[in-house]
Write a protein that binds this ligand. Structure first.
Ligand code: PGA
Length: 256
């Protein structure tokens, strides 16, 4: 682990109603020993539970993220949720460009770019997800895909402070499949992303940016993954739905 403060974030996806949300947050708060100095902890519940999560997490070290946002701040966009709305209820972060959004909801590098712009404009910290599919990996296209996703996602967006910007590398073939990237595969991708980020934004920006790994992270593989020099924490799906596993990942991954 580097001198960058690690982040462990739970992406709950479409799980947990308001009651389940409050219960799970209460359980995590009770179990977690971390005082917030060594590691940031973030939870991303579904939209209807978000305000409840903010309320339940108040006074604890847990920060609340949304799972998506729309790129306009208001208007005739039925079904959408804007940055100011998320900000108003107390969200600090927003997940953008998750592979499930790209796969099932037609998100592209261009829409991801607009959403990152909206998050920065509204002072929400984006957790910018990118990663290659199995077909792309097998075709030897991983680095080209990552390079394109990173450059297009950040296109023409000004980010003042890299502390308020997070990348999550999530190889699509490792999400929800039980297949984890090996620490070597993950470290290689993270080092590549950091080098590309340095080309785009300068060395100092790249060195300070947290790059999380996501894809079948569990308590028993968190230590070796998060122990890699360019891996600064995890974005956890399935294993974030049980307090014991999520807190296990925090403890194993960050050594607290
Ligand atoms: P997983 O999901 O941990 O269940 O593989 C990760 C993610 O989708 O962020």
């Amino acid at each position: 682990m580097s001198e960058r403060k690690p982040i462990v974030a739970g992406n709950w996806k479409m799980h947990n109603n308001t009651v389940e949300t409050r219960n799970l947050i209460r359980e995590i708060v009770k179990k977690v020993k971390n005082s917030g100095e060594q590691c940031e902890i973030i939870v991303a519940p579904p939209f209807t539970s978000t305000a409840h999560a903010v309320e339940e997490a108040k006074g604890s070290i847990i920060q609340i993220s949304a799972q998506d946002l729309f790129w306009e701040d208001k208007g005739a966009f039925t079904g959408e949720i804007s940055g100011p709305m998320l900000k108003e209820i107390g969200c600090s972060h927003v997940v953008i460009g998750h592979s499930e959004r790209r796969q099932y909801f037609c998100e592209t590098d261009e829409t991801v770019n607009k959403k990152i712009g909206a998050s920065i404009r509204n002072r929400l910290i984006p957790i910018f997800c990118l990663g290659e599919t199995l077909t792309e990996r097998e075709a030897g296209a991983t680095f080209n895909v990552l390079k394109r996703q990173l450059a297009q996602g950040l296109n023409a967006i000004e980010i003042q402070n890299p502390v308020n910007f997070v990348i999550a590398y999530e190889p699509v073939w490792a999400i929800g499949t039980g297949k984890t990237a090996s620490p070597e595969q993950a470290q290689e991708a993270h080092a590549f992303l950091r080098k590309e980020l340095a080309n785009l934004r300068g060395e100092s920006f790249a060195v300070q940016t947290r790059i999380l790994y996501g894809g079948s992270v569990k308590p028993d593989n968190a230590r070796e993954l998060m122990g890699c020099p360019d891996i600064d924490g995890g974005l956890i799906g399935g294993a974030s739905l049980k307090a014991v596993d999520f807190v296990g990942i925090i403890e194993q991954g960050t050594g607290i």
